[in-house]
Design a protein. Structure first.
Length: 87
């Protein structure tokens, strides 16, 4: 492989990474437990959140409902999704 081609490819990848960072893409984090509860309630019809626990980097949370169900809220691209943990 040509060294100039490899250097050009590396420069292109680094430029794209810089542009994505400058535009604020990726790296979304949950602000607090209330936001995690709101996302869980919006994603699962009929779910009423009782409490939430954020993970260390705020990229996800475990939200428990008043009916005993638990939902995992996690980052999926630039958005957050909620998944049922215990059916």
């Amino acid at each position: 492989m040509n060294i100039a081609l490899m250097a050009g490819s590396l420069a292109g990848v680094l430029l794209l990474a810089f542009i994505a960072r400058a535009l604020g893409l990726g790296g979304a984090a949950l602000a607090d437990e209330a936001e995690a509860c709101a996302i869980a309630e919006a994603e699962m019809p009929g779910f009423i959140a009782a409490a939430a626990t954020l993970d260390g980097d705020r990229a996800g949370a475990l939200v428990t409902g008043v009916d005993g169900r638990a939902l995992r809220v996690r980052r999926h691209g630039a958005q957050f999704v909620a998944e049922s943990v215990n059916g």
